[in-house]
Write a new protein. Structure first.
Length: 556
């Protein structure tokens, strides 16, 4: 079979990557801790944390877990934002031979209960500030061990005290009384320090993480990611990043970690890849706190800045961002949702660097495609399949379609999940007989192998039998001066089946419906034009910053 995209890889990017040099993800990360022991692996609130520190504390956490005599492969839930203990628990869980279950700290008690019961997690490590949520979960008998982490943990005496006091008494976060039956983070590490750590027998086929996702059907379930899946994706990301970083690869690099590490994109790119490459991750707890984000960018200018469209959009519309020094920036990498052309163009004008767009999903560990990282301009594509990755476009009958014909994107490669946790029917529904994952995303591939995302299957709007893709409508509307951001959804209509409703956040308060209607009529076919426009002060977003069209549909 011919793979046209291989002819368009930048020089030095291989057609394939091999995981054969690694026994497991633990092996890959342990080598990084040994090789880069004296480098800084992360900074938080201005406090530096070395690879040597991470190595030591992760071994203590692993020792504590092993002291519980849990069966290998037990599920350990991590419910924390971007704090130093997350990295320690992440590596420590893997070193103990167990499985990571990432949980959004902002989830509801119902959502937390569902994920704990479904995963069978026996242990949870939770940030004190969101421990109230855990306190309300009383129906998970398998959950025996609870560990509470104060916000200032691992920051040192005075700095840690200040952060704890600010969270507890100024911002009024979390319970002031200890969670009944829970252990403190310091107590756990103290116990683990006194325990022998036994190296578990692991292989690339072993399960490493359960990553909850809406999947291709919108029903939350856990993608089973193996050690091999994650090692492969780290090596794939490393391969495609090299053209942008080539003359700096022997130097300690800095990555801004504003995306939450419990999200698969950040876990793989800002966590595992950054560790593997000996980078420093500058941890930002809340990227919506613009002052803190800008301070981090100013204080520790990054070489690499992963993000999503809403994050980049917020920055380019903040006058303070344009005043920063971008001389160190080599790679701004976007995923999670479509990068819109006006955002990319403003980013290029302000920073002097293009936004490099990629594509992935939880089921693929997550990265599947990326534009060449030495590109000079925004392409409008999500790029080429990564090394060792095959992509084809399927019609409704599951047959491959030709060049530039729209269909469902299907992926095959070493980063594709083992399946959905305890959901064989759901797994069978998305996996083809020849090992491709049907993503649920609509796209096309051009003759060079570049992939273009049209939209999600479930977000498509059907107007009088014509397909309307929200991404296209949103992209057009965002080019109108005065629009900060927008989202398009379908509304039921007795005449056409559905019509397009547009939600708009204004940058110019004088922008009105008439201007938007006129713009859309110039740029879009009539059936694609929004029939209803609603202005809002803000749009609902996930903790990663992705606009939640489903939430908007539910309010319409």
């Amino acid at each position: 079979m011919q793979y046209p995209w291989l002819q368009h890889y930048p020089q030095g990017v291989p057609a394939d990557v091999s995981t054969q040099n690694y026994v497991s993800l633990v092996d890959l990360l342990d080598r990084a801790c040994q090789t880069h022991a004296q480098r800084t692996v992360a900074s938080s609130f201005g406090v530096s944390f070395s690879f040597q520190d991470l190595d030591h504390h992760a071994q203590c956490f692993a020792g504590w877990l092993q002291s519980l005599s849990l069966p290998q492969g037990s599920r350990i839930a991590l419910m924390m934002p971007n704090v130093l203990p997350y990295l320690v628990a992440l590596l420590g869980t893997l070193r103990a031979g167990h499985v990571i279950v990432n949980i959004n700290p902002l989830c509801s008690p119902r959502e937390l209960s569902n994920q704990l019961k479904d995963s069978g997690a026996c242990t949870i490590v939770v940030l004190e500030s969101v421990a109230r949520t855990l306190e309300q979960v009383t129906d998970c008998p398998a959950l025996v061990h609870r560990v509470v982490v104060p916000p200032g943990a691992m920051l040192g005496g005075l700095k840690g005290l200040i952060v704890n006091l600010g969270a507890r008494y100024v911002r009024k976060l979390g319970p002031l009384q200890p969670l009944p039956g829970a252990l403190s983070w310091d107590a756990v590490l103290k116990v683990g320090r006194q325990q022998p750590w036994v190296v578990p027998t692991l292989c690339l086929e072993d399960l490493a993480a359960l990553q909850y996702t809406g999947g291709t059907t919108g029903v939350p379930k856990a993608a089973m990611l193996t050690h091999g899946n994650l090692v492969a994706n780290v090596l794939q990301v490393e391969a495609v990043a090299k053209p942008a970083l080539q003359d700096l690869l022997s130097s300690p690099l800095t990555m801004l970690t504003a995306l939450p590490l419990y999200h698969v994109f950040a876990m793989t790119v800002c966590g595992f890849y950054a560790m593997h490459a000996g980078m420093k991750s500058v941890l930002v707890i809340n990227p919506r706190d613009r002052a803190s984000l800008l301070y981090a960018l100013r204080k520790e200018p990054p070489h690499i800045l992963p993000g999503i469209n809403t994050l980049f959009n917020a920055l380019v519309h903040d006058a303070r961002f344009a005043q920063l020094d971008f001389s160190t920036l080599r790679l701004a990498f976007g995923g999670g949702m479509a990068i819109q052309r006006p955002v990319a163009e403003q980013w290029r004008r302000i920073t002097g660097r293009p936004l490099i767009e990629g594509y992935g999903l939880s089921e693929t560990s997550p990265v599947v495609t990326a534009n060449p990282t030495n590109a000079k301009e925004y392409s409008g594509s999500v790029g080429l399949p990564l090394p060792s990755t095959e992509i084809c476009i399927l019609d409704q009958e599951g047959q491959r379609v030709g060049v530039d014909i729209e269909g469902e994107i299907a992926v095959r490669g070493p980063q594709v999940m083992r399946g959905y946790w305890q959901a064989p029917v759901d797994t069978a529904a998305v996996m083809t007989a020849d090992g491709f994952l049907r993503t649920g995303d609509i796209g096309r591939m051009d003759a060079r192998g570049y992939v273009y995302i049209v939209d999600r299957k479930k977000d498509m709007i059907l107007v009088s039998g014509f397909n309307v893709y929200p991404n296209e409508v949103e992209s057009v509307v965002c080019e109108l001066p005065g629009v900060l951001e927008c989202a398009a959804v379908g509304l039921p209509d007795p005449h056409s089946g559905e019509v397009v409703k547009l939600f708009v956040v204004r940058h110019d308060p004088l922008l009105d419906e008439a201007a938007i209607h006129a713009w859309c009529q110039q740029q879009l076919s009539r059936y694609k034009c929004p029939k209803v426009i609603e202005f809002k002060n803000e749009l609902p977003k996930s903790t990663v910053g992705k606009i939640l069209r489903r939430a908007l549909r539910n309010t319409s």
